[in-house]
Design a protein around this ligand. Structure first.
Ligand SMILES: Cc1cc2nc3c(=O)[nH]c(=O)nc-3n(C[C@H](O)[C@H](O)[C@H](O)COP(=O)(O)OP(=O)(O)OC[C@H]3O[C@@H](n4cnc5c(N)ncnc54)[C@H](O)[C@@H]3O)c2cc1C
Length: 491
């Protein structure tokens, strides 16, 4: 007898939704999460404490290693490690992908819909709509002084900002998204799906790190089948759990690591599909551009990214998405990632001078369209390595975006500008979904090409980079998986 019908690894956007849907049908579901459980009443704006409790340690790429050990552009990738995953610390912008993005998925990996036709935007529409209702998405129109300042600049240069759609109820009255929402206004996975899933009877295992998926020779046409997981708990004790199916929703940086550490490549004889594990990382490379103004703006009061411009987001229109306004919510993250106008780190007296103006700053978050040209790898010593080549096209996106932001800021009297390091919270694509086994890891039914009963349900699935904040699309992909499992697969 299996311990569970479904074992879901990771409780973020994908895992939280799947746990709720599957447990709603009376299935025995385990939701396993490496991070701890904190209820909304335990969140506050204590930056250092929150970063330690709710985040994976931020990881930098090792791009210099692929550049003859010469310095090159690196980026910092950060994700959540707590119940609710990255949606507990996300900034809650809730935008659908562009139809062009999804219509490209079939070209990239041969992804099909459940009627075996090329996947298109309309195949996600129902899922998008359901999630938009469940998470109470609304336009965020309460802008603080920083956003108003930036908005005035963009209006003057003929590109007005629009309020973002956000996973935020009107109860939102402060900017603390990155540290867990203290008002309970943010409708991330924890609030919308996981707490209801617990009422449905899900067994939640926080502080439990999955080290391996257990596989054996398959009785189906695939070489292997999954039958459970191995884990390590908070005290360091190890254990196993069996399930009729395992769903990996550990996020686009961690899901491939679990598969690589489970020896899937070796056990399947290095199939083309298994060699795709961890490849095709896309991130929407980002950077914040800050402006210092004459007056106090206190740009940490309300929701950090309440306005945007999406007209340049698609590659054909420029390849950058602009969101305003942020100063990183708290001073340590801000100073830790600060670069001057020429892109050099800022130290000592100069850092002191700039931080004195913190309350006079407003910033625009630039997110760019990038290629699926990165990877998550494990080197011979067992260490995780991230690579994400920074291309001439990436440089061009930032040049165009920064010129436009500067023009807007200048029109409202900016005194000085500076930047953050390159960073991303939009990791995607490392276990892509599709029919082409040379380009994807799971088939269009989300099951691994080489391993039966092993599914992926998170941002790793995305076949080609989308030009919007990804969580709504990750929810929608997970929603399709839950429908498929409920309607077609009896585990
Ligand atoms: C600071 C920040 C701001 C963001 N802002 C936005 C935004 O405004 N709008 C938007 O759309 N998106 C935003 N994102 C991105 C969005 O949150 C993610 O794209 C989305 O949550 C990814 O969903 P996921 O299910 O793939 O992974 P996650 O939500 O990251 O969940 C993965 C979970 O798996 C757990 N896990 C990993 N490995 C293991 C293991 N071995 N064993 C057990 N558990 C494990 C992790 O701890 C984590 O809880 C933001 C992200 C961050 C970090």
């Amino acid at each position: 007898m299996n311990d569970y019908d479904y074992i879901i690894v990771g409780s973020g956007a994908g895992g939280g939704l799947l746990a709720y849907r599957l447990s709603g049908t009376g299935k025995r579901v385990a939701l396993i999460e490496a991070g701890s459980f904190y209820g909304p009443d335990s969140f506050n704006r204590f930056e250092l404490q929150a970063v330690r409790k709710l985040w994976w340690p931020s990881t930098w790429t090792s791009n210099h290693e692929r550049n003859n050990n010469e310095p090159t552009e690196e980026m910092m990738l950060g994700m959540g490690r707590c119940v609710g995953g990255s949606t507990t610390i996300f900034t809650a912008v809730a935008h659908r992908a562009f139809p062009e993005n999804i219509d490209n998925w079939h070209n990239e990996t041969g992804m099909l819909n459940f009627s075996n036709e090329p996947i298109s935007y309309s195949d996600l529409d129902q899922s998008y709509r359901r999630i938009e209702t469940e998470t109470k998405i609304r336009k965020y129109t309460e802008w603080d002084r920083g956003t108003e300042k930036i908005a005035e600049g963009f209006k003057r240069i003929g590109h007005p900002l629009s309020p973002v759609d956000a996973f935020v109820t009107p109860a939102c009255n402060q900017n603390a998204c990155l540290f867990g929402c203290p008002t309970n206004a943010k409708t991330g996975s924890l609030v919308t799906y996981i707490i209801p899933a617990i009422y449905n009877g899900v067994d939640l295992y926080p502080d439990t790190f999955v080290t391996e998926v257990m596989t054996r020779k398959s009785s189906t046409d695939k070489p292997l089948e999954a039958y459970g997981i191995k884990y390590r708990d908070k005290e360091g004790n190890t254990g196993t759990m069996s399930g009729k199916a395992v769903i990996l929703s550990a996020g686009a940086l961690q899901t491939p690591q679990i598969l690589l550490r489970s020896g899937i490549r070796e056990k399947t004889g290095y199939t083309k599909s298994s060699m795709q594990i961890g490849q095709n990382l896309g991130v929407n490379i980002g950077s914040v551009m800050y402006g210092v103004f004459d007056e106090d703006l206190y740009n940490w009061i309300l929701h950090p990214l309440s306005a945007n411009i999406s007209e340049f987001a698609l590659e054909k229109n420029g390849g950058f998405l602009l969101e305003a306004s942020t100063v990183f919510e708290a001073p340590i993250g801000f100073t830790d990632t600060l670069l001057d106008a020429d892109g050099n780190p800022v130290w000592g007296r100069e850092l002191k001078r700039i931080t004195k103006d913190y309350r006079k700053m407003a910033g625009v978050f630039i997110n760019t369209h990038d290629m699926n040209n990165g990877s998550v790898e494990i080197d011979d010593s067992g260490k995780t390595k991230l690579y994400k080549k920074f291309t001439q096209n990436d440089r061009e996106h930032f040049r165009k975006a920064r010129d436009l932001v500067y023009e807007a800021m200048q029109s409202v009297g900016v005194r000085e500008v500076m930047h953050s390091v390159y960073l991303s919270h939009h990791v995607q694509g490392t276990c892509r979904i599709g029919e082409n086994k040379e380009k994807s890891v799971v088939d269009s039914n989300y099951e691994m090409h080489d391993v039966s009963n092993l599914f992926v349900g998170d941002g790793s699935l995305i076949p080609s980079v989308i030009d919007a904040n990804p969580s709504l699309t990750i929810y929608a992909l997970a929603d399709r998986l839950s429908n498929h499992l409920i309607q077609n697969i009896q585990k």
